[in-house]
Design a protein around this ligand. Structure first.
Ligand SMILES: [Fe+2]
Length: 156
């Protein structure tokens, strides 16, 4: 059900926007969960910086997920951030269980971030119908791509 708010926007545009915000929400929640899993289990000489950087990205992903969900409900359409939904719909690569060497942790998180960024970028043209949501996705991409750069730099 749509709970229309007082902005000049037709129902189709609202629906299209939330159809793109919902999978982004799932990606961001899953990214935060995987970031914590790696933060807890990373090992090796690079433990400290990787442990800390992962927490920075988790914070960014959590803030972004909140912004995405709240944009959808601002448009009057509910989203689904329940654990079962995130588990079912997440497209992130599955993490190995348990301890993980820092370099492997960075590599697997790079792969996860690349996927999230690729899907979010692909949604940008369709969000033309709702520029405020489009702007939000682009703003989040700024942060995610910066974090991706800082992770990828460690693999060179
Ligand atoms: Fe911690």
């Amino acid at each position: 059900m749509t709970r229309t708010i007082g902005i000049p926007l037709d129902d189709d545009a609202r629906r299209i926007a939330v159809d793109h915000l919902q999978p982004f929400l799932v990606d961001l929640v899953a990214l935060a969960l995987d970031g914590k899993q790696l933060h807890w289990h990373v090992t090796g000489p690079e433990f400290r910086p990787v442990h800390q950087q992962l927490d920075e990205i988790v914070d960014a992903a959590r803030t972004a997920s909140d912004d995405v969900a709240e944009r959808a409900v601002t448009l009057g359409i509910p989203v689904d951030g329940r654990p079962a939904t995130v588990g079912k719909e997440s497209q992130l690569p599955e993490l190995p269980e348990g301890w993980i060497d820092a370099r492997d942790a960075v590599a697997v998180y790079v792969a996860a971030l690349e996927g999230v960024i690729e899907r979010a970028r692909a949604s940008v043209p369709a969000l033309e119908v709702e520029p405020v949501s489009q702007d939000l996705v682009i703003t989040i991409l700024h942060e995610l791509e910066k974090q991706l750069w800082m992770l990828q730099a460690q693999l060179r």
